[in-house]
Design a protein. Sequence first.
Length: 398
Amino acid sequence: MGFTNAELDTAKHALDGFAIEIPSWGFANTGTRFGKFVQESAATTTSEKLADAGQVNAYTKCCPTVAMHVLWDFSNGVADVPLVQKAAAQAGVAVGSINPNVFQDQIYKHGSLANPDPEVRRAALAHILDCIEIQTLTGSRDLSLWFADGTCFPGSGSIRQRKRWFAEGLQAVHAALSGNQRMLVEYKPFEPAFYATDIADWGMSYILSKQCGERARVLVDTGHHYQAQNIEQIVAWLLDEGMLGGFHFNDRRYADDDLTLGSIDPYQVFRIFHEICYFTWERGARPDIAYMIDQSHNLKGKVEEMIQTAMNAQELYLKAALVDHAALAAAQKTADIVTAEEILKAAFFADVRPLLADWRKARGLAENPLTAFRASGYTEKAAKERGARNKSSVSSYA
Ligand code: RM4
Ligand code: MN
Ligand code: MN
């Protein structure tokens, strides 16, 4: 099929080592701030979310872990751990990153770790420390931190004071970590704060992580940038500094749209993966990065959308792995910019789907996970079982 033996080897190695975590919040009924369109087959409980995530992994074998949002998935806190663990095992997946929720309760109207009220700051910290306990009990490595904190109007708060409150709070979080645990600090420039989000960009996230210590890393959510920002450059810098902890992948056209990865701009995703694969080639070892999806779909079927996302991720990662790195390095050395660009384009436009089909066949998977899942009848069965429950309750999403 037009690939050399060396390329076939590279492809197998790349796919064997590539896993992407899917979010529990991608399986329940959610919506936009204007309305929620209920899907009868959507998950109504944490166990159902895990069962659905298990389907994604069963058809793709590249999504073995599930990111959990503590408030939504462990509503009784630590007490829910055995139940959740059991449901995950039954679904053939493991609990992945633990996401605290310090943005939904009424007390967080003016922030969490940077709330001017010390009681609220204490409550937020206490919740995050509870999450670390859940992290320990579930054996999850990453605590994934996103904060809605910020101000909406000039003068609402002291930007410097809020920065220091964040440093203080995050240092306390860091001090509670142990073993192989890490904390990933996510940034976002706007929404829900529309004047000054406290952790607005990768620089702020980097500074706070550095102030915390060894276990803190930056989390890059691809939807959390201004238009035209060069995301792959941020990725390359963080890689070079050993500070890239992980990703929340999703695609966007306008703002934090949370669209299917690669649906709007697959070349953007390829360029991010390219920086990682180029780094890997140079160092001879893969960087330790948590690849995660942060998407929740209102219009597409949830399980099939997540399968589509996983397939897109594999395809784009594989294209990046197949870049001729030696030739690229040589072209860069002689400032042969046209050749360098053509090398990237050749990899991006190569049809890697036959390679993926072979990789799947060798693992006993269907060549096309999406059509195989659709033919399985899972969605129809779930709609029958869950339909009534979905009509009466719609779970929330920020
Ligand atoms: C944010 C961010 C976080 C997610 C929340 C609900 O936009 O992407 O990762 O947990 O939404
Ligand atoms: Mn995110
Ligand atoms: Mn987001």
